[in-house]
Design a protein around this ligand. Structure first.
Ligand code: SAH
Length: 207
């Protein structure tokens, strides 16, 4: 836990964290989400491999994506597409009332489900499936986060977003990916490109 606090201090120096986000990072020990063979690297500011098609994002990336979602006290629900290890969802679970998370690789869903139980994160609703078109049953969501790169933002996702909602997604642009924020205000979409990134690509179907 002390090593986790040190990691959060290091993060905060590189990318200043809002107090609530900082608290969430302190409460969620990154070690719990790292595969056993990589525990030595659990607190490094790096992404780590989970499977051929999945990585646990760098804590810096998680800090940025969380910040770009602009979560205030009024935000009730967040959907994460590409839950992977569950680390990002766990951080979000400390900031909002309900988290919905989808992952297409079964072994990862099983592992992250166990982690959420162990850490008593009962407000995360995790689903095994293809999340490319969101999760209609629980829509609308106040925030939607893509943790895998998409070519463009589908309309089905915007339809599942509340008014005044925010989507954050890495969007492919030639050979670059740009973290992009979309805000929906009175059915108008305001798009802001934030910075380049390096996520795994969104894939269709399940594994
Ligand atoms: N936030 C996660 C990131 C995992 S990497 C973490 O830090 O652990 C992105 C994840 O997106 C991968 O696990 C990959 O399997 C998943 N993914 C890719 N396409 C998907 C889709 N269509 N539906 C759901 N998950 C998907």
């Amino acid at each position: 836990m002390i090593a986790n606090i040190k990691m959060v201090e290091e993060l905060n120096k590189i990318f200043p964290l809002d107090e609530r986000i900082k608290k969430a990072f302190i409460e969620i020990d990154r070690r719990e989400f790292v595969p056993e063979g990589l525990l030595f690297d659990a607190y490094k500011i790096d992404s780590l491999p989970l499977t051929n098609d999945s990585t646990i994002s760098s804590p810096l990336t998680v800090a940025k994506m969380t910040t770009y979602l602009e979560i205030d006290k009024k935000v009730d629900s967040v959907l994460e597409i590409g839950a992977g290890s569950g680390y990002q969802s766990a951080i979000l679970s400390k900031l909002v009332r309900r988290v919905f998370a989808i992952e297409r690789i079964k072994s990862l869903v099983e592992k992250s489900g166990k982690r959420f139980k162990k850490l008593k994160l009962y407000n995360i609703n995790l689903k095994y499936g293809d999340g490319a078109n969101g999760w209609e049953n629980f829509a609308p969501f106040d925030r939607i986060l893509f943790s895998a790169t998409i070519d463009y933002l589908p309309n089905s996702i915007l339809e599942q977003l509340s008014d005044r909602g925010v989507v954050v997604a890495p969007i492919k642009n030639g050979d670059r990916e740009v973290i992009t924020q979309f805000k929906k205000i009175d059915n108008r979409i305001i798009k802001r490109e934030l910075e380049t990134a390096n996520f795994v690509p969104l894939k269709r179907g399940v594994e």
